[in-house]
Write a protein that binds this ligand. Structure first.
Ligand SMILES: [Zn+2]
Length: 196
């Protein structure tokens, strides 16, 4: 099961503002020459990844999806109902979605903001926890960490509008941790391709 297909089906075509490049194998399709890999902050925030999340099924502990359900209201994205569905055991739950909490889990266990079940894409490194809501979120982190040149969005560090990459912890931005972080990203990506 490829969560990206779910994401696209719910979300339609990505806009230039929030486009996340998803090349073969989830790799960036830019930077094919030997020029420094450049990262341009797409200004995504964590809210941009709440429409489709990968979680650990609370019943069978295999990979499950939390997806946004269609909603006719004018501004439904964050508050639209959510559906948790597991293809392994058939679990199906709905959540009204009228409220959510980003203060999920703990430093050791990141959870989704609606059902509060553990996210699938999370692991520990020597420096701290790495987690993502879905593969697009993981790719954004990966491309940022791998880049030699990081272009900041105009409001990179301006309070409420601080972008997702601006909020990444310092250890994740440090060049000396790059290889370790990218290995962790690869491990997480592999668990989606061949869920354990
Ligand atoms: Zn299940």
């Amino acid at each position: 099961m490829d969560c990206r297909s779910v994401r696209r089906s719910w979300r339609g075509a990505p806009t230039p503002e929030n486009r996340v490049t998803q090349g073969p194998g989830g790799r960036d399709t830019h930077g094919m020459s030997s020029a420094p890999v450049r990262f341009r902050d797409p200004r995504s925030t964590k809210y941009d990844f709440l429409d489709s999340m990968l979680v650990r099924c609370p019943r069978c502990e295999r990979i499950a999806h939390v997806v946004q359900q269609p909603c006719q209201e004018p501004n439904p994205a964050l508050f639209a109902p959510r559906h948790l569905v597991c293809r392994s055991c058939g679990l199906s739950r709905t959540c009204a979605g009228r409220s959510f909490s980003l203060r999920y889990g703990s430093a050791d266990l990141a959870r989704d903001p609606y059902f509060h079940v553990p996210l699938w894409l999370q692991t520990r490194t020597r420096h701290g926890g790495l987690w993502a809501y879905n593969l697009a979120h993981l790719d954004l982190i990966s491309r940022f960490v791998a880049a030699d040149l990081r272009e900041r969005a105009p409001w990179y560090e301006t309070g409420r509008k601080m972008t997702l990459v601006a909020r990444l912890p310092a250890w994740m931005k440090s060049a000396k941790n790059r290889d370790e972080v990218l290995r962790a990203v690869d491990r997480l990506r592999a668990t989606v391709i061949a869920p354990g």
